[in-house]
Ligand binder design. Sequence first.
Ligand SMILES: [Zn+2]
Length: 310
Amino acid sequence: MKVWWIKPTLSILILFIPATLGWGKEGHYATCKIAQSLLTEEATKAVKELLPESEGNLSAVCSWPDEIKWMNKWRWTSELHYVDTPDFRCNYDYDRDCHDSSGVKDRCVTGAIYNYTEQLVTGYNASNSVTNYNLTEALMFLSHYIGDVHQPLHVSFTTDEGGNTITVRWYKRKTNLHHVWDSDIIESAMKTFYDKDLNVMISAIEKNMTTTWSNDISSWANCTSAEEVCPDPWASESIKCSCNYAYRNATPGSTLGDEYFLSRLPVVEMRLAQGGVRLAATLNQIFTPYASVSQKLAYFGNIQPKPHMT
Ligand SMILES: [Zn+2]
């Protein structure tokens, strides 16, 4: 009797599991955990104030926009997790690409990043004026979407829905290309290299930030435009990763195994690191607006390897 009851319920649930999730839970957790350790004191305080329920623990709430986007009240946010480019065009252009499926401008992941940054800047720093923005929601959306824009297949071709319609096998299991990049690569990495422990994987990524990528961190964090945030170059990087790594050798029906896994894992780990560094840089810019550039760069300098004491 129990089995009979469980089975149909599970299959009904499976029907409602959304096809597009962004990085899976693990990817968003990793991005936000990496960001959290790079926040300035003021930004840490602001995050604590805005997230009283999770006591300022950003990584605990970073998947929230994925959990709510299928609810009636929040359905309008479901097109804000990605941006589609024309098929087989390996570049991104805000004016051309940032719109929803009905053509409404600015409704895409990069537009959402601009929007929620603006809400936090005006809402948090305007001490005497009252705004209608919900800054807690704005912080959770911004943190999630900065993660999403770094998942290469969230900036990818329109017709295949970011790889969602490309059915492949991940080793023996049937899945789709989008899911491979959201979750399968990360989950296989955890099993193969990191003791099935996400925190061990995050520590390895953070170690790479002090070694392999140490010379790149300040350029990752640097926003050359006059804005507080610059999601357009991040989206351009993602579509290039989609063309060079995600779509390559992953035609419909193909089986992806060791060769694909081992050559793409470094890309996934770098995108998680870049997402974390840039989320921290954005939040530091929003919540520490008067710190000098050198103070902020000095802060990012803290993750450079320490010079040897002789
Ligand atoms: Zn998402």
